[in-house]
Design a protein around this ligand. Structure first.
Ligand code: ATP
Length: 303
């Protein structure tokens, strides 16, 4: 028996001063899933998740979190859904311990904050004031505070922005641990590597609309030119023959080097073409497109 989705968004619309920034967005998130919302600046990602959190009132459409309306049933939804705070929401003088105790007091049945601090590597920082924590330590504290009410769903928005690569990786591990405990994660991100590593499915949003919704590998596969082939031929190749290759998306010449974007079919055909013409391919490289390429294809970023 399939369980109902934890988060349901149908035909969501939101405008600011007559300008539509979320335009007919629909998606569902299953229990235990890490669902990514990816898109360029100003695409409407934060507005969408703020509607899920009940922090913004939609102009149209329907949002449900565990069957509840985040605006009408706000108090009930805050007990189910944990949100990541913004930096401005914590006083610089508050210590890590005080912040954890304060937020634990908001919930009738909070998680054990000492255990959370331990798991997030904050035990040695309990007496440190928030204002002097490093960026990575602040993010860990925000994650701890988002989890303190033992939520079923946690919303993490731009979780690793500004972190160094090490701190980013540590934070990803924490998110994977959260999911391993069955918590559903709604993750807003700009970082392809983050989306690729963590998300089960990703909605790509551009100008307020979903342009694609798929698994990371599904998004990559649907990107035009999912395989890139480059080589330096031992003799000139006729452009017409190259242009006739199956599934070819683009041809690029740079000095003697040729770069083709296509599919696996293109790779096989180009090899046959070279063999037929007794041409050797020097420094032949075949690479798969990345989520970066798919992102550029699926958003206005390359138009
Ligand atoms: N309170 C507001 N009043 C007016 N316009 C707003 C408001 N909040 C957001 N916007 C505008 O709505 C659009 C979408 O913003 P939103 O923050 O949802 O995008 P985003 O995808 O999260 O962007 P970013 O990646 O830059 O954070 C932007 O053009 C933004 O300027």
């Amino acid at each position: 028996m399939s369980t109902p989705p934890v988060v349901e968004v149908s035909n969501l619309r939101k405008s600011y001063s007559g300008r539509t920034v979320v335009d007919d967005i629909s998606f569902t998130v299953a229990e235990g899933e890490i669902f990514g919302i990816l898109g360029p600046n100003g695409a409407g990602k934060t507005t969408t998740v703020e509607c899920v959190e009940g922090l913004r009132v939609p102009d149209g459409g329907r949002v449900r979190v565990a069957g509840l309306d985040p605006v009408a049933d706000h108090a009930a939804v805050t007990r189910i859904l944990g949100s990541q705070l913004q930096e401005s929401e914590l006083q610089a003088k508050l210590t890590v311990r005080e912040a954890l105790e304060l937020y634990a007091a908001f919930y009738p049945d909070p998680a054990d904050w000492r255990q959370l601090a331990e798991r997030l590597g904050l035990t040695a920082r309990l007496n440190t004031r928030f204002g002097v924590l490093s960026g990575g330590q602040k993010q860990r504290l925000f994650i701890a505070l988002a989890l303190i009410g033992s939520p079923r769903v946690v919303v993490l928005d731009e979780l690793t922005t500004g972190l160094d690569p090490r701190a980013r990786r540590d934070t990803w591990e924490v998110v994977e641990e959260i999911r391993a405990r069955g918590v559903t994660v709604l993750l807003v991100t700009h970082f392809m590597a983050e989306a690729q590593r963590l998300c089960d499915r990703i909605a790509v949003i551009d100008q307020g609309r979903i342009t694609a919704l798929d698994t990371p590998s599904g998004l990559i596969a649907r990107s035009a030119g999912s395989t890139v082939i480059s080589f330096t031929p031992s003799a000139p190749l006729d452009d017409e023959q190259l242009a006739a290759l199956p599934a070819l998306v683009s041809i690029e010449h740079k000095d003697d080097r040729i770069t083709l974007a296509g599919s696996d079919e293109t790779v096989n055909a180009v090899i046959s073409l070279l063999v037929r013409n007794h041409i050797t391919a020097h420094q032949l490289r075949v690479t798969d497109a990345t989520l970066d390429d798919a992102f550029l294809d699926l958003t206005g970023a390359n138009r």
